[in-house]
Design a protein around this ligand. Structure first.
Ligand code: ZN
Length: 115
C-alpha cells in the first residue's frame, strides 16, 4: 500500500505509514466519501425511474431498477458510515439514500403488481 503523503511503499493493511506516520486509510475513507455522494445521486435517480416505470406499467423496469436502487441506496448508507462523514453532509446523504431506498422499494413492489 503506497502512502498518499510520502509515497513510501508499506505492507498491505498498514494503518500508519512506516516512513511519515500518515494515516493511510484516510485516503480510502475520503474516496469512500466522494463515492457515496455519487452513489446517493445514482440510487435516487434509479429509484425515481423505477417508480415512474412501474407507474407507466413497465413492471420489469420497475422491479429491475428498484432492486438495483435498493442495493445502491443501502450500499451508499454503508459507505457514508464507514467514510466517517459528519454533520450536515452526512444527514443530507443519508436522507438522499433513504429517499432512494423508499422510491426503489415503491418501484419494486408496484412493478411486481403490474408485471
Ligand atoms: Zn508516508
Amino acid at each position: 500500500m503506497r502512502c498518499p503523503n510520502c509515497g513510501h511503499e508499506n505492507p498491505e493493511g498498514t494503518l500508519f505509514c512506516e516512513e511519515c506516520d500518515w494515516r493511510i486509510d484516510q485516503a480510502v475513507r475520503m474516496k469512500l466519501g466522494v463515492n457515496s455522494v455519487y452513489l446517493a445521486y445514482i440510487s435516487v435517480a434509479l429509484g425515481a425511474v423505477a417508480a415512474i416505470a412501474a407507474f407507466a406499467g413497465i413492471g420489469v423496469a420497475g422491479v429491475g431498477l428498484g432492486a438495483v436502487g435498493m442495493f445502491l441506496g443501502g450500499y451508499c448508507m454503508t459507505a457514508v458510515r464507514i467514510s466517517g462523514i459528519k454533520g450536515k453532509v452526512k444527514t443530507i446523504l443519508m436522507a438522499i439514500a433513504a429517499v432512494a431506498i423508499i422510491l426503489s422499494i415503491f418501484g419494486f413492489i408496484y412493478g411486481i403488481t403490474v408485471l
